[in-house]
Design a binder for this molecule. Sequence first.
Ligand SMILES: Nc1ncnc2c1ncn2[C@@H]1O[C@H](COP(=O)(O)OP(=O)(O)OP(=O)(O)O)[C@@H](O)[C@H]1O
Length: 722
Amino acid sequence: MTVGFVWATDPETALTDVQSRDEEQERRYLAEAVRLLTTELERLNASIDKSVSTVDEHKRYMWDNLRDMDFAEKANFRESVNLSVTLGEHAMRTRKRIERLLESPYFARVDFRRHAERDAGAHYIGVHSLSDPESQEIVIHDWRAPVAGLYYDFEAGEAHFEAPEGTVRGAITGKRQYKISGGHLEYMFDSSLSIGDDVLQRELSRSADDKMRNIVATIQREQNAVIRNETAQVLILQGVAGSGKTSIALHRVAFLLYRFKDTLSSDNVMILSPNKVFGDYIANVLPELGEEQIAEIDFDKIAGRFLAKVTGYETFSEQVVDLLDRVDEAAAERMRYKAMPEFVTRLDEWISSRTREGFTPAEIEQKRHRLSVDWVADTFAELRDLPIFTRLDGVAGRAVHLLKQQVTDRGAKWTAADTGSVRKQVRAMFADKDAFALYKAFYAAHPDRRRLFKPLGRKKIEYADVFPLVYTMIKTARQESYRHIRHLLVDEMQDYAPIQYAVVRELFSCKMTILGDRNQSVNPFSSSSLSTIRSIFPEADCLELCKSYRSTTEITDFAQRISRNDKLVPIERHGRPPQVIACANQQDQEAQILALVRQHSHSDHRSLGIICKTVAQAKTLHHALSQAGAELALLDYDSTAFAGGIVITSAHIAKGLEFDTVIVPQVDEENYANEMDKSMLYIACTRAMHELHLTHTGPVSRFLEFAKPDGGLSAIPRQPRG
Ligand SMILES: Nc1ncnc2c1ncn2[C@@H]1O[C@H](COP(=O)(O)OP(=O)(O)OP(=O)(O)O)[C@@H](O)[C@H]1O
C-alpha cells in the first residue's frame, strides 16, 4: 500500500515540516546528481572531441608522409588510430548512458540499516550507476546491483542482500519512488510495501508505444525472481498473457550481462523470436537499459541454413495460413505424429540402427590400385565416433590419401576426378545417399508409417517434416553450431514441437531462458505443453507468472471467458467493458469499424490494432477501409517493422504485440469455429490494453456466447456512426 501523497506535483496540499524538509533534501540530492552528470558529460564530450581530432591528425600525417614511412612506422600509426577510435567509441557509449541518466537519474530509493549500524543509508536506484569522482561515493546504484535487489524484493522491515563479501542483513526503514523527467522531479511517493501500486497503475495506464518499453521502475517481486535467477542452466517461464514474460526475459538478459560482465557480452546472447515484426518491437528495451542489442534468429532462418540446397519447404506461417483455411485430417495426423516427444526417440533409434546396419564395406578401386574390404571395414570402425556421413567422408579421405600416394609413386597423375570417384564408391557402400534419403527411408521402411510422409509437390516438404529433416542432417553430419552463444532466449515456447527443441539442443549447448503461454498456441496439432517441454529439459527450473498487467480487468475477464486459465490474476485497473457489435451486413460492419477508427483518432489513445483471423482477411479489410479513406498500415508475413498508429494484421502476426485499442472483426460463428480459431480469438483480444471492440455480421461465434445479451454480459449498445 502506498502512504500516498504526491509532494512534487500537488501545490494545493499543505506539507508538514518533515515533508518540506524531506522535499528540500530530495531537490538538493537531485541537483547534485544533475551537477555531477553534467560535469561528466562535459568531460566525455571533450574526450570524444579529442579522439576525433587525434584520429584526424594521425590520418593527415600518414597521408602526407606515407612515402617516407617504413612498414613498422605505418603499423604503429594504425595501431594508435585504432586505439583512439576504441577510446572514442567507449566514451560515446558512456555518453549515451550519462544522457539517459540526465533525463531521469533515478527512480527509487531504499533506506537500509545494516545490523550493528545505527543509521540507515539511502541508496538511490537508477538505470545505471554514478559515482562522485572526488569522494568515490556511489550517488546512484545500477538497478542490477546487489543492494538494489532490496527495493524489488522486500517491504519495510528485516531484509538482506547478497554482496560479494557475503549476505548483508539489516532492516529497510523506508522506500521511495520518483518520477523524474528532463531532470525535473515530477512526483514522488513513499511506499511501505512492495513497489507502489500508484506508480504501477500510472505506468500501465499510459498509451502503448510502437516499441516495447523497459519496466525497471516497477518490476514486481515475482518477476524479479526470474530476472535475478543466476543459477538455472535452463529456466522455463510459463506466464499468462500480458504477465510480462518478454519484458522480463529482456531484463534478465540485461541483468546477466551486468552480473557476468567479465565473461558474457551481448554477442554471446541470442533470441529465438517468432518473427521479424516482434524483433523490431522489442529492439529498444536492451539499448534503453544501456546494453547492446542482441542477435536474433528464428526457426525459418535455421531451416533455411540447412535446407536451402536440399529441398523447398513450407514455412511456419504458410502452415498456419493453411490450417486456418481448412483442417485436413490426414495432414493433422502427420503433424500430431511428428509433434510427439516419442517421435524424437524413434527418429534417433532409426538413425542409430541405419548407421549400424546400413553400411556394407566393399573394395575400393581407382586407377588399378585397390583397398581391400577389410581395410574399409576397419577404417569405418575406427571412425565410429563421427556422425555417419562425416564418417563416410573420413573413410573416403583416408582412401584418397593412400591411393593417391600409390598412384603418384608409380609416376601417374591423380586428378580431382579420381578423388570424386573414390568418394562416390565409399558413399555407395551406405544405404542412403544423403540425410534426406535416410529421413524418407524412416517412413518407407515401415508400412504403418508410410502415410505419414507426404511431400507438397515435387521439391517441397511440409512444415511438419522441416525440423525432423534438419535434425536428421545434424545427427548424420558434423555441423557448425552456435558455439559462441552462451545464453539463448526462446519466446513462444508452446509453438515449437519437441523435435525443434531437439534441434535447438544440438545447435546451442548453452544456458537458456524459455518462455511461453499454453493458451496462445497457433497450431493445435504440434504445440508443446509445459510438461512436454519439462520432459525435454529435465534439469530446468520452472517458474510461473500468473498476474496479467497489460489489459484492464474488464478486458482480461472477457478473454478469460474465451479461454479460461484458473491461475490468472488480473491487475485491478478499470476501463470500458469490451463491446461485441452485431452488424446488419458486411457493409455495415465496415462502417462500424470506420466509426471506431474515427472515434480512436479523437481519443487520447495512440495505437489501434485491427486484428483479423487471417492475413487474407486483413488484406481484404485493409483494401475496403483504405478505399473508404482510413489511413492504416497492413502488417503481413513480409513485414519487418512494427509501425505505430493504426495497424491491421492477423492474430498470428500480432502475437507478442500490444495496442491501446483493439478491434476484432468478423467474430462470426463461421469464422471462429474450431479450437485453433479460439486460440486466435484469445490472442487477438489479449493484445488490448485499454479498449476492445468486436464486430460480427452472422450469428456470433460460439466462443462469445457469453457476450450475447442473454449470455451474462449486459446488452451492448451500438456505436454511433460518424
Ligand atoms: N512490472 C511491470 N511494470 C510495468 N509494466 C509491466 C510490468 N510487467 C508487465 N508490464 C507490462 O505489461 C505488458 C505485457 O508485457 P509483455 O508483453 O512482456 O508480456 P507477455 O507475457 O510477454 O505477453 P504476451 O504473452 O501476452 O505477449 C507490457 O505493456 C509491459 O510493459
